[in-house]
Design a protein around this ligand. Structure first.
Ligand SMILES: [Fe+2]
Length: 278
């Protein structure tokens, strides 16, 4: 197995393995080491069946089911099917459009996923790049005075917030009951490295606690402006069969919704169980 660092603020490409190799402890250890070092790994290969993807994902921790039942694979519930095809009749899945802005998966949960695997099954002829942002370098680029203002602050994350540009998929009554608003630190410490990362989510972070709404909105806009700078970003152009794995604790991601209407864009996703942010 070869780890090739990308010419980008995060990410490495893995070469010379097939999916089944990841069940070997030494390969799993090497994959996790690369993920820890680069926050994101791109593993090229052939499209995986749902059971094979669950087994591959297990190299990174314990796969867990996602909130929205309608996306779960019938046979392997830990694997979700994410359809982001742009439908001419306007029936495009809402979650696909919402992914257009920067977010980290699952931050509306008390214990968000530590990592996400996204695996490309079908891809449009062009466009649809997924972008990733290094939230360690975003935090470190903030002026000292801003870092002093935000260290120790906590924030409310919700399934939806008026601050988000697009609305999320509707939830069933059971799913609503499972997702009360939660509180997280605004700056979180990576449990493996001790390095600090700004913990933002443009779709879920509603307000910073301890200051009024107007001040919170202004401060969140200021933090977002740093995260939007291209110097913190890497954009992945998908090839069918690619699996990208990222560390949700220190990254955000978004998709370019710039691909042709009607061309199928289908991913399989697995979330890996995490720890409570601190
Ligand atoms: Fe996402």
């Amino acid at each position: 197995m070869k780890v090739v660092p990308l010419d980008a603020p995060l990410g490495a490409r893995i070469e010379g393995i097939c999916w089944q190799d990841a069940t070997r402890p030494e390969v799993a250890a090497a994959l996790n080491k690369a993920l820890g070092e680069y926050l994101l790994v791109v593993v090229p290969g052939q499209p995986m069946t749902a059971p094979l993807m669950r087994d591959f994902a297990s190299a990174f921790g314990k796969p867990r089911v996602q909130l929205l039942r309608y996306k779960r694979n019938n046979e392997v519930p830990e694997v979700s099917t994410m359809v982001s095809t742009l439908m001419a009749d306007g029936t495009t899945d809402k979650t696909a459009l919402r992914s257009e802005d920067w977010h980290t998966d699952d931050s509306y949960m008390a214990v968000p996923a530590k990592a996400t695997l996204l695996h490309n099954m079908e891809t449009p002829s062009h466009g649809g790049r997924t972008w990733f942002c290094n939230m360690h370098t975003v935090y470190e680029a903030l002026p000292e005075s801003t870092r002093k203002r935000i260290d120790g602050k906590r924030a409310i994350h919700a399934y939806d917030t008026a601050r988000a540009r697009n609305r999320p998929s509707p939830r069933t009554a059971q799913e609503i009951a499972e997702t009360p608003d939660v509180e997280h630190p605004l700056v979180r410490t990576h449990p493996d490295t001790g390095r600090k990362a700004l913990y933002l989510n443009f779709n879920r972070l509603d307000r910073i606690l301890g200051i009024d709404r107007a001040e919170s909105d202004a401060l969140l806009d200021e933090l977002a402006a740093e995260a939007r700078k291209p110097k913190h970003h890497f954009g992945h152009q998908w090839t069918v069969g690619d699996c990208v794995v990222w560390d949700n604790r220190a990254t955000m991601h978004r998709v370019d919704v710039d691909y042709p209407v009607g061309e199928r864009r289908i991913m399989q996703r697995v979330l890996i169980e995490g720890d409570k942010p601190f």
